[in-house]
Design a protein around this ligand. Sequence first.
Ligand code: ZN
Length: 407
Amino acid sequence: MIKTPILLNSAEAEIIRVLKKKHVISRTDILDFSGWSKAKVSQEVRSILDKGYLVEVEDGVSQGGRKPRMMRFNANLGYVVGIDLGATSVEVALADAVGTIVQRVAEPADVHQPAEEVFGRCTELILGLLDLQGCQIDQVLGIGVGVPGPVDFSRGVLVAPPLMPDWENFPIRSFFKKTFPTAFVVVDNDVNLMALGESRYGEALGVDHFLFVKIGTGIGGGIFSNGKIHRGNNGCAGDIGHICVDKNGPICRCGNRGCLEAMAAGPAIIQAGLQAVQNGESELLQQMIESNEGVLTPEMISSACREGDEAALRIIRASGQMIGDVLASLVNFFNPSHIFIGGGISNFGNHLLVAIRRAVLRRSLPLATTHLQINFSRIGSDVGIYGVLALVLDYLFVDEEKPFLSV
Ligand SMILES: [Zn+2]
């Protein structure tokens, strides 16, 4: 059994770094990027193959001489687990050591329940996936946990999470290590992980400066700066949902008034829809509510928009404008090249996107918006689970000269 994180010497770390980008690699590739002598390349390759981190695969394409022998990660090293926990749902995925998902499961969740219960259920889901895959607990090398709240990344705990205040400082790492003692555990904020997923598997591949904005029950932001997630001093960088939009606005769940989230996220949109029905402004929404036992959902407002319902359009445009106004300040401050939008209500489609773009362009400095692109994430709802798996894989192989995680 392999001890994790897998500590690499600097030569091995360099090989793995290149391999993560290229997926397969030859001795000639290593010779090219490392500048090492042929003898050193062959010694390092022998050592890393002996340790079982890499395996040789089919021959590559000949450049005139003998076909080069290619190498890739040893997919049988073990498995990693990603948990993407949202306010109302959870997804758990089991992937091999190169990140290919082999089993996954999703179900409703409620973060208003105690942390022990919710993470206990996650543990059961992981055990179920291991069973399906026919593998053992000690084959789990690492577990990544994405949670909907601010995370102190170095300690792996939530700090003052407005959604689930009782979860503050809950020891997520030691909780999972009780059942999975051989696995390391990393914890991060869900939107940071969406940004990471977008950067590895989406249109942000190769983009150095971008914002990822999640709009759902709440509103959050992930900041990707200089090719890395920017978490800030305490881990709450990007918490844009609690920027004040109207100091006389409604009380937010954080206790302050008029936060962006309280004014423009899912619950505020529903509230505005109910108000419109009460004021007799939308027959369509009224019919929809009546045929759904008096309940209005974001999907219903979204479909009313598609039908051209004036009240629904006004609500979505107002929400988009408030989000866009806040993003305009962030664009001036941070100067990203892209903004990606994801989360539950991003499927309001073009009306929301157009309103956000218009507000950003109107209020940002011209230089900051010259090449700015604002789009929905094309990965869709998988972006969080891809992100959390990418994080685990980043910590699976660690350069022993630059340790950055104590587990
Ligand atoms: Zn707030």
